[in-house]
Ligand binder design. Structure first.
Ligand code: TRP
Length: 334
């Protein structure tokens, strides 16, 4: 079925931060796959420079950067439709970030989400403080019209828009394009299976708390079986405040079965908790299995993935060089 083109240019970034989980998939990657069919062009960057804002082990970082490319492809990004590349390979990102720094006052940067999350009681490093300016550079460099992001990124997106206004005004141009955020209503927030008050995260404290895209069928079933629910009887209801565990299972069910909460609740009448958990696991397994199988094949074929990333980098580089040479002219750099 041909999708309708509704967006001009989509850009988004993902940090290379270890094993991707179901929360990353439902919150972002699944939408990226859909957007590649709904846009004239889509650029997806592995934002490795952003990863440097927190301490990294060089060997692990290098392998994560490669692995994210494998994951993007396994989830269904098609290199004919989407440009996949590591941010650090295109030097214009940092060039433009510098120009943006020269036009942005430092007020407000310390209250942006990345500083609040990652430098709670310490004096933040400059990389962390200027993180949103590099993010704005990523977006502006490709003149992206639309940026799919999670709600947590809205302050960064707001800043990126205001940077467009500032740059266009002070450089007397309309070269920079104001990006619209795409916040998916359906982009669901998946929670920790053991402590469902918390967002699903790979740094979960307890075993079996996080579902990974490369979990085996058995691992998924086991994790679901031991997922925290509550003792409010077997009748299901969606109430994230009072029944976070049950609500999280409903979210997972709905995300993979496509059924509404009401439909799931009605169809589960008379089932006990373990039957319901098994049903949720089945829906997840059916969807995740082909992703895991593709991921295994891609991980075993480094040459193929490297080739795609090299081609993606060339394509991104063309775009970035073209934009940066226009910016140089405007600014007066030789
Ligand atoms: N800050 C984003 C996140 O943590 C990642 C990111 C970097 C990004 N550059 C971007 C997202 C540009 C969208 C567009 O999720």
């Amino acid at each position: 079925m041909a999708s309708k083109i509704i967006y001009d240019r989509v850009f988004s970034g993902i940090q290379p931060s270890g094993r991707p989980h179901i929360g990353n998939y439902l919150g972002a990657l699944r939408n990226w796959v859909r957007l590649q069919d709904q846009s004239k062009s889509a650029f997806y960057s592995v934002v490795d420079l952003h990863a440097l804002t927190v301490p990294q082990d060089p060997v692990a970082l290098k392998s994560s950067i490669h692995d994210v490319a494998c994951v993007l492809l396994a989830c269904g990004l098609d290199p004919k439709k989407s440009v996949i590349f590591p941010q650090s390979k295109v030097l214009e990102h940092t060039n433009l970030a510098w120009l943006i720094m020269c036009h942005t006052s430092s007020t407000g940067l310390n209250s942006m989400p990345q500083v609040k999350d990652k430098a709670k009681d310490t004096i933040p490093k400059m990389g962390l403080v200027t993180y949103p300016l590099l993010q704005a550079a990523d977006i502006l460099l490709y003149r992206a019209s639309h940026v799919p992001v999670g709600k947590d990124q809205l302050p960064h997106m707001f800043l990126a828009k205001s940077i467009v206004t500032t740059l266009n005004h002070s450089l007397q141009t309309d070269l920079f394009v104001e990006p619209e955020s795409i916040i998916e209503e359906s982009a669901c927030r998946v929670c920790d299976l053991k402590e469902p008050e918390k967002k699903m995260s790979k740094s979960a404290l307890k075993d079996n708390a996080c579902l990974y895209l490369d979990d085996t069928d058995d691992e998924i079933l086991t994790k679901l079986k031991v997922a925290t629910t509550d003792c409010h009887g077997i009748k299901l209801s969606y109430d994230p405040e009072l029944r976070p565990g049950v609500s999280n299972l409903l979210t997972l069910h709905s995300a993979f079965s496509g059924m509404s909460y009401d439909e799931i609740i009605a169809s589960s009448e008379g089932k006990n908790t373990i039957q319901f958990k098994r049903e949720v696991a089945d829906h997840i397994i059916e969807h995740v299995r082909p992703i895991r199988q593709r991921l295994e094949a891609l991980r075993a074929d480094q040459g193929y993935v490297d080739q795609i990333v090299t081609e993606g980098t060339e394509r991104a580089q063309q775009e970035a060089s073209d934009m940066w040479s226009k910016v140089r002219t405007l600014v007066g750099l030789p």
